[in-house]
Ligand binder design. Structure first.
Ligand code: SAM
Length: 331
């Protein structure tokens, strides 16, 4: 955020976005704002089916861990904790009472939130369970490079050429985004994700985001803005979200699985299949409910929308998820 009288010298994108989103009065942290849900629709807000699927994933993790007395559910970049509330509601009561829910957020705790949800600025250390980060990493600010130099940005969004890249950023680009041109240096996301994964003693860490992989990086990058439900130019003045897709393959640690949201939700039983027409005459109310649910599932799994999001699934001391389907032995 820039205010009258403050210097407006161009900054590297990472510093400019850090201040615009999380500095005093920043887009995500200013009190009384509508929260992320007021500006864009994530899977969490699209349908309760999403929380139901995460609840089933938590139950799978619980079984792998041998049903511990304390089962952590850590939501990183939790927004207003809507996903945590939804997962707790979707779980059977006996599992729900063992769950220790943590909302990891830079914004203030919202008024009236269930007291059992712990609100924290950093992931809790040494817990056992499921760490889930829906659309967190795309909001971890990063620098932008063009032809071996940083790109600078003024508070009104005007860009200029900065100094030459530091060695660590040059090395990241060589490994993960080779080829020159304009590139988004994902190193801060790799580091943020690595720290989140290390906070788990055992369990599963899942990052869900707009993503791309090394063989298909977007030639001009993906930096953009959102305000009030609309895509707007990325101007780092605190008036809008500023986001860039995530190089999820660069974040992945040993044993991680990368899949699309469509694949992940299908494995968790979310289906966009229409209910059988016969149900319409035998139980019209059930038919209408099933039809609405199929529509929501279709939105979450759409190949051209939320279903194309990437899921990075990182096991910590438990088997990978999803497990490969057993071979049927030809019978
Ligand atoms: C796009 S919103 C997603 C909210 C929610 N997960 C959802 O899917 O609806 C990103 C959230 O991540 C939070 N955030 C960004 N960096 C963070 C960090 N390092 N630690 C905790 N929260 C962070 C922001 O404040 C913001 O609320």
């Amino acid at each position: 955020m820039s205010t009258p009288g403050e210097p407006t010298a161009p900054l590297r994108w990472r510093s400019a976005v850090e201040a615009a989103l999380y500095g005093p009065g920043g887009f995500y942290v200013r009190p009384g704002g509508p929260g992320p849900a007021g500006h864009f629709r994530t899977s969490v807000h699209a349908s309760a089916l999403y929380a139901g699927a995460v609840a089933r994933l938590l139950q799978w993790v619980d079984a792998q861990l041998g049903h511990p007395r304390d089962l952590a559910l850590v939501d990183v970049g939790a927004g207003r904790a809507e996903l945590l509330v939804g997962v707790l509601a979707a779980l059977d009561p006996r599992t729900a009472e063992r769950v220790r829910p943590y909302a990891v957020e830079r914004a203030e705790r919202p008024d009236g939130l269930e007291p059992r949800i712990r609100w924290t600025a950093e992931p809790p250390e040494g817990v056992t369970g499921l760490l889930f980060a829906n659309e967190w990493l795309d909001n971890v600010p990063l620098d932008i490079a063009e032809d071996g130099h940083y790109v600078l940005v003024a508070p009104d969004g005007t860009e200029s050429r900065g100094g030459p890249l530091e060695d660590a950023d040059r090395a990241w680009l060589e490994r993960w985004w080779p080829g020159g041109g304009r590139a988004e240096i994902g190193r801060p996301r790799d580091e943020a994700w690595g720290a989140a994964v290390r906070s788990l003693e055992r369990g599963l860490a899942v990052a869900v985001d707009y993503a791309h992989i090394r063989r298909a990086r977007p030639p001009y990058g993906t930096l953009t803005g959102f305000r009030g439900g609309r895509e707007v130019p990325p101007v780092p003045d605190g008036s809008c979200d500023v986001t860039a897709h995530v190089a999820l393959d660069a974040c992945a640690g040993p044993g991680a699985v990368l899949l699309t949201q469509r694949e992940a939700l299908t494995a968790l039983g979310v289906s966009g299949a229409r209910p059988p027409l016969a149900l319409a005459s035998s139980d019209p109310a059930a038919y209408v409910r099933a039809l609405a649910s199929a529509g929501e599932a279709a939105e979450l799994t759409s190949r051209s929308g939320l279903g194309a999001f990437g899921w990075l699934v990182q096991p910590v001391g438990i088997p990978a998820w999803p497990q490969p389907a057993p071979q049927d032995g030809g019978t």
